[in-house]
Each structure stands twice: as C-alpha cells, then as structure tokens.
Ligand binder design. Structure first.
Ligand code: IYR
Length: 229
C-alpha cells in the first residue's frame, strides 16, 4: 500500500459579512442561468471552453480517480453526424419509445426530436464516464462513485459556462451509444451527457417555469428551535 503524502491546505478565510455577500452574489448569479435550446451559430473561442473544462476537472471524485473525459467538438461535419444519429434515436423516443407519462412530463418544456442545437451551437461537449481505468499491463483498475463524480464535474462545467457568459443545454440523447463510435472512445468509457455550448439565439425562448422555493428543498434539523425572529 502506498503511504499517503500530505501538504498544508491552502484556504482563504473571509470576514463574516463578506461571506454572506459572496453567498448572495453567487446564488443570484446562478439563479439567472437558464437551460437554452436555441443557439446562435456565432463562434466561441476555444480558450473559453478549455477554462470551463479545467473548472469541471476540479470536481471531487471517488478515490480521486477523476473518471471523466470531456470531448469538445467544433468540427461541423462531426456535429452534423451527431445530429443525424441523435435525431434518429429521438424520433423513436418521441414516437413510441417514451411512455405517455414521460411525454406528459416533458410537455411543459416543448421538446421534440429536432435537435438543431447540435449543429447551431459552435461547440458540442460530450462527457464520458470512465467505468474503469485500463492499465498498460492489461489489468482494469476499478473506479468508484463514477456517476456521482461525473455528475458533480458536469455541474461545475455548467456553472462555469454560465459564469463566463455562455449558455448550455444538458442533453441526453437516448440511447447514447452512437457517441462512443462517432467520437472513437475506448471501451472503458460510456457517454454520460452531451452539452451544446454557445451564445443563445437572438430570439431564444425558454419555458416559463419556476424553481422550487427554499422551503420546498430544505429541511432544517436545528439544535434549538428559534423563537420567531
Ligand atoms: N432525451 C430526449 C427527451 C428528454 C428527456 C428529458 I427527462 C428531458 O428533461 C428533456 C428531453 C430529448 O432530448 O429530447
């Protein structure tokens, strides 16, 4: 067993009033994020995508295995191939494969099998999860909490994209196997999430839906019940 090696933690402590302000500002900033389905074709510099992927790569992961691979595609021919394959699967989904209950759940979002975002957005980032690591000697090194780890990394990516001033969409064409073939990913990787990234179309519309309020998403189990404040 290798012995753990430690180093001093680099940690910035802020005064309490600054902490509250930072908390409010971050929440306000992220509350303005919207999932967008209509993208402008305006190009986006590669450096922006790279920084967002670097941010995603700071996510915690099971046994620190970092079981993710971000495939960033701006090649129009490849995006077109992904669109054709995704639309073929989604056509089946929307016309028979999804049960009525699922279609009803999606109705407020106005989604359908047409996936123009795959060719309009300047970048399509496809995230793969690595179920195991393939060692050069042929052994397979198991990864842990892969879905949790990759999900957190995707959350960081989405927040970074919003923060730097672009839009994205969490798209899971289903089934996603065609992405492994098109993007030539090895056997230890499975597609996890696809995210077109770019500026919103000038006339982009989003569903008029609201987020749950704090009282619907939190349960406080407090040491002391406060008197009404
Ligand atoms: N994958 C399909 C269907 C779909 C499913 C859910 I859950 C959504 O929140 C949105 C869409 C599609 O991309 O259209």
């Amino acid at each position: 067993m290798p012995a753990p090696v430690f180093e001093p933690l680099q940690f910035t402590r802020f005064p309490p009033d600054q902490m509250l302000r930072r908390a409010q500002r971050y929440q306000e900033a992220l509350s303005l994020r919207r999932t967008t389905r209509q993208f402008s074709t305006e190009p986006v510099p590669r450096a922006l995508i790279e920084h967002a992927i670097r941010t995603a790569g700071t996510a915690p992961s099971g046994a620190h295995r970092q079981p993710w691979r971000f495939v960033a595609v701006d090649n129009p021919a490849l995006k077109a191939q992904m669109r054709v394959a995704a639309e073929a699967e989604e056509h089946q989904n929307y016309h028979g494969r999804m049960p009525p209950e699922w279609l009803e759940a999606l109705a407020p979002l106005g989604t359908d099998e047409h996936k123009s975002h795959l060719t309009d957005a300047p970048w399509v980032v496809v995230v793969f999860k690595q179920l195991f690591e393939q060692l050069p000697d042929g052994r397979r090194l198991k990864n842990y909490y892969v879905d949790e780890s990759v999900g957190i990394a995707c959350g960081f990516f989405i927040a970074a994209i919003h923060h730097l001033g672009l839009c994205t969409l969490t798209h899971t064409p289903s089934p996603m196997g065609f992405l492994s073939a098109l993007l030539e990913r090895p056997e230890n990787e499975k597609p996890y999430l696809l995210m077109p990234v770019g500026f919103p179309a000038a006339d982009a519309q989003v569903p008029a839906i609201r987020r749950k309020g704090i009282e619907e998403i939190v349960q406080w189990n407090l040491e002391k019940e406060r008197m009404s404040e």
